[in-house]
Design a protein around this ligand. Sequence first.
Ligand code: ADP
Length: 720
Amino acid sequence: MVKIAKILFPVAVPEPFDYAIPASMKLAAGDFVYAPLGKQAKLGVVWGFGEREDIGKLKEISESKPCRSLNAEILKFINFTAKYNCALQGLVLRMVLRSHKALEPSPDVTLFTPTGEQPAGLSATRKRVLGLSDIWPARAGEIAKAAKVSSSVLNTMAKAGFLEKFTAPLDPPFDMPDPAHDGRAFDLTPRQISAGEELQALVRQQMFNVALLDGVTGSGKTEVYLEAAAEALRAGGQVLILVPEIALTQAGLKRFEERFGVEPAQWHSAMGDAARRRVWREVHGGRARLVVGARSALFLPYADLQLIVVDEEHDGSYKQDEGVIYNARDMAVVRGKLAGAAVVLASATPSLESLTNARSGRYHHVILPERPGAAIMPEVALVDLKDHKPAPGKFLSQPLIDGIGQALTQGDQAMLYLNRRGYAPLIICRACGERLKSPDTDSWLVQHKRTGRAICHHTGFSMPMPSACPECKAEDALTPVGPGVERVAEESALLFPDARIEVLSSDTAGNPERIRERMGAMAAGEIDILVGTQMVVKGHNFPHLTFVGVVDGDLSLGGGDLRAGERTYQTLVQVAGRAGRAEKPGRALIQTHMPDHEALVALAAGDREGFIAAELGMREILGLPPYGKLAAIIISAPDAKKADEFAKKTLNAAPRADGIEILGPSEAPMAILRGRHRRRLLIKSEPNVNLSAYMAIWKSRLRPPHKTKLAIDIDPQGFM
Ligand code: ADP
């Protein structure tokens, strides 16, 4: 028998391939190698070994790469993630190998720093160099630019003893967080201290444990989980804190810095190659000890992970719904298990799944029932739009207007929330009734006044706002219908002409950097009325914000989405929770056409238990999570007939099994997306069924024809 190696490549392949091992090569699982794939030698990872009678024509590994290998834990994590989510193993590996350059040591650079030597009579050029501050140590190019000198000056200055010249890594290591540093301006409350101690005790066990940190908005969950992080850092381990991408603000990062004295390593989608390479390498080497990141940070190669925190664990952005479809919250628990680490799920509005796990004792339940000090929970009330109709063509009712007015009179801030970008969600022709639609997608175009364009929010299609109706050619007949944030801001400006009003949504803000900057401006009191979408909801502290108005509390309650009630409840609790986070009490008003809807009634009454009981009761009857499992199959094809045909074939290929119910196929709610026709099947199973395994068998029976695609979504969250 001859030993062979199984190599997994970070490309769209379902499993590792077999390769012969050159006689002189010593390999272990997790090692990086180059091996021929197609015409080239490609970078892959040794996944395991096998034996063959005869190697025959088996290709040989070209070379092994002398760098730190991947550890057994992450190999297992990749295997699990692929299997659980019915995804290609190679694509999961690709999520891990986000930077090939990180496998090389950091290149060195030459740096200069002043020696302190500064005799009288220096030339003007030299004076300019030594007069620079906040730059040292620096590279020649940077210094030359800042001091407006030629770089050759620096070498002469080094020779003359004014500058020290030395080499250092281009990607410097991260500063070590200090668990004993505590730069916070306040003391933790007794309740916060005991919650922190509960979490620390779990970390100290150095084994897998999950805790749900369930605390009202503004109760100090961050401060409490930072204490758990301190414990893991003291034990020499690594800590990963996952946050919704948009919550990675400067203000948020500052709190980590205040607690540990250094900026944490950050990981998010907008970062450049150099930053990516540096974080990856330092995490892999176990030197970056504190990582704060968006969901993809879960796939970094930690050397000794001892704690994972999932902040705002209920948040929809933890679900990746393209490529490898996975839920980072659930995979974080798996990763914790494989690493033998503690996992803390934090939220003011935990998902029903996590709550059920906490109540059944599978998770520890750590509760923070109140805000610290003088801060109290905001008062929440509903405004029935039947009784308080906004003026014609307007969207703010009198109670909302009064609420804003009162906040401004007191010198406080107000926030208006509406989860609709742009000016108006619909554009209708008054002459012929035509609605402007996206050319290849089943959705209406949204009017954006600021940019003067009509935009499809699903595909990004955009065109200049036409002056005439594309259908009947009537001039000036196109009319905006319904409110978007821009329109609400316009209305507010008419009502409060002196107020500083700002719109904040993903498209107005531009890049994440600017969003962070504007959030900072809001926190600093430089904005009077902030009109924002979903993005203003997450994890921000605005101490002067005392009034929150929800323009349309019903927006997400429509549609057949099973989590609509839960998501609306969560979002509105979070939005309302922005108010009154410091000394001043806050108030939230929610405009609605459905004042009797369970989620809204519970919200106004502050009756979380009532809401949860009703929602869980409904799910139990329907056999939905957490009382059952769900999966979806999404089929898409360039034309409707092909989509229907393959959807039918898919249904016919379903394996027979007990405890499984298949619904559909039916048109997906977004029936045409980017010119592709979409069909969905929903699969419901009893809780004890291994639904991933069932779906894998089903998938293996299917061969989508050319240009037809099939995607599997385990535990779908939305129903796009
Ligand atoms: P949560 O994550 O539960 O919403 P945070 O951790 O963001 O709450 O805390 C809310 C605000 O209260 C933050 O500005 C925080 O600095 C402040 N805070 C937390 N604990 C205390 C405390 N014990 N004393 C004073 N302020 C506190």
